[in-house]
Design a protein around this ligand. Structure first.
Ligand SMILES: C[S@@+](CC[C@H](N)C(=O)[O-])C[C@H]1O[C@@H](n2cnc3c(N)ncnc32)[C@H](O)[C@@H]1O
Length: 246
């Protein structure tokens, strides 16, 4: 039996049954704002196309994905946690990298339909487990993972969820492990998207502009706020990749 199942009374969700095993409550903000992008089966079918998500991130998908992948794995046998699914091919590629290093990837998401969709894209023999969990309430012991990835999640969450998800990410990562965040940030003054995208985001992504106005450091749990932060900027500052050691 899986160690988590023994100790915590839950198990990785088996194929085809993700939606039937004690589904976690879907947060109100997801139902209200993102039902048409993540919850409805038509949304999953429609949005999970590389060209489309590449367009949504203004042709930066491959750059952001590769920047995220470059951070994993650092050591052979690394235990990696991906906090929430994402459209595109980041999870199969991350799974392949982690597998090549002899490690294991766990993927959590609050929506079973998203886990099913990701599972479909990852070869069945991969060392990957899927858990229906809320990022604010990870049912993992502290210090279980070598590293964790939050790929374009934070801008889609209200501030309280964002802070809690970050707290949980740092809790489940080992001391010395790392948390990698790829998300929006405030573009440079000369970037036209600073003005255009402010309008787009305020209509379609009501929580996203928070990522512009709050430096990522201010969102981190107090215990790691003063750590060294490695930050890479993309597309005139509209996106950032941030790596913080716990
Ligand atoms: C990572 S984000 C955005 C990814 C990006 N737009 C893309 O597809 O490239 C989308 C995922 O976050 C998940 N999600 C949102 N809030 C969550 C939470 N509190 N806990 C776990 N997953 C969450 C959604 O269910 C969805 O699968």
């Amino acid at each position: 039996m899986d160690r988590n199942a023994e100790v915590y009374g839950f198990a990785p969700v088996p194929a085809m049954t993700i939606s039937r095993i004690n589904p976690v409550a879907v947060p109100k903000y997801l139902r209200r704002v993102y039902w048409w992008t993540y919850i409805h089966p038509f949304a999953v079918w429609f949005f999970d196309r590389l060209w489309l998500i590449n367009l949504i991130v203004l042709t930066n998908y491959h750059r952001l994905r590769d920047a995220a992948l470059a951070a994993f794995p650092i050591r052979p046998g690394e235990q990696v946690l991906q906090i929430s699914c994402a459209y595109g091919d980041i999870t199969p590629k991350l799974a392949a990298k982690v597998a090549a290093g002899g490690g294991r990837l766990d993927v959590i998401d609050v929506l079973p339909i998203q886990l099913q969709n990701v599972r479909r894209k990852v070869p069945a023999a991969s060392p990957v487990r899927y858990f229906n969990m809320d990022a604010c309430n990870l049912k993992f012991p502290s210090g279980q993972y070598d590293s964790a990835l939050l790929f374009l999640l934070l801008h889609e969450t209200p501030m309280d969820v964002r802070l809690k998800a970050l707290e949980e990410a740092f809790r489940v990562v080992k001391p010395g492990g790392k948390v990698v965040i790829v998300d929006f940030s405030k573009p440079q003054w000369w970037n036209p998207f600073r003005y255009l995208w402010a309008i787009f985001l305020s209509i379609f992504e009501p929580f996203a502009l928070d990522m512009w106005w709050n430096d990522i450091r201010t969102l981190l749990p107090a215990a790691v706020r003063n750590r060294r932060i490695d930050r890479e900027s993309f597309f005139g500052g509209l996106f950032q990749k941030v790596t913080i050691l716990r």
